[in-house]
Ligand binder design. Structure first.
Ligand SMILES: Cc1cc2nc3c(=O)[nH]c(=O)nc-3n(C[C@H](O)[C@H](O)[C@H](O)COP(=O)(O)O)c2cc1C
Length: 192
């Protein structure tokens, strides 16, 4: 890991296939503390994290894929096999939900979702900086109500936002090639 924090940020990439060891308890705590350091309009703290570790990851795979099938959504065998291949050795999965907090009408709902997304970004960056591989997925039943309910997130009160897998990379992978930022930037106003 580079001592330059910007080099570290720029070299982050998602790593889908990971195995044990899982983050140590101390590293897991640091990753989650990073998550709750995300920007948050109105201090609503909308983020919620469900920790699923070790053998519970396979229970989660069974529960979520079973719920997808029961919902009537198509789950072709190759899609199920891909999901199981991904989760096969994952030692830590974090289910992410956003508390909608209907009592607060001041902060628009999309800002709570953005704050929770920013928390996930901090998880991805913290995991990367600690040498782990992490990957955010909205597969395996993220949008099936029963999955969120089984994880304790009533869809009336929470928007389930997917799963982040974290562990030790199985293979080392090069830093990704990114677009030059200038493609997305334009200037406004007279230069000073
Ligand atoms: C909200 C969100 C949901 C995602 N869900 C999936 C997914 O279900 N399956 C998938 O293959 N990639 C998914 N991705 C993309 C990967 O997490 C990852 O960003 C992508 O593979 C590019 O890798 P990079 O982060 O190294 O650029 C999702 C990304 C985001 C932001």
């Amino acid at each position: 890991m580079s001592a330059d924090p910007i080099v570290s940020l720029i070299s982050r990439r998602s790593i889908k296939f990971v195995q044990g060891p899982a983050p140590t308890d101390d590293d897991q705590a640091r990753i989650l503390q990073s998550a709750v350091s995300a920007p948050d309009h109105g201090k609503l703290e909308p983020w919620r994290f469900k920790i699923i570790r070790d053998a519970a990851v396979q229970q989660l795979a069974d529960m979520a894929l079973g719920a997808v099938k029961a919902s009537g959504q198509a789950l072709p065998p190759e899609k199920e096999a891909n999901a199981r291949r991904w989760l096969h050795n994952v030692p830590l999965l974090i289910g992410v939900a956003c508390h909608l907090d209907h009592a607060n009408t001041k902060i628009p709902e999309h800002e709570r979702l953005l704050a929770t997304g920013a928390a996930v970004m901090n998880i991805l960056n913290a995991a990367h900086m600690l040498g782990y591989g992490a990957f955010w997925s909205t597969g395996i039943g993220t949008y099936v109500d029963e999955v969120a309910e089984n994880l304790g997130f009533d869809p009336l009160d929470y928007r389930f936002m997917g799963f982040v897998s974290i562990g030790t990379p199985i293979q080392s992978t090069a830093a990704p090639k990114r677009s030059d930022y200038s493609r997305f930037v334009s200037h406004w106003g007279a230069p000073g």
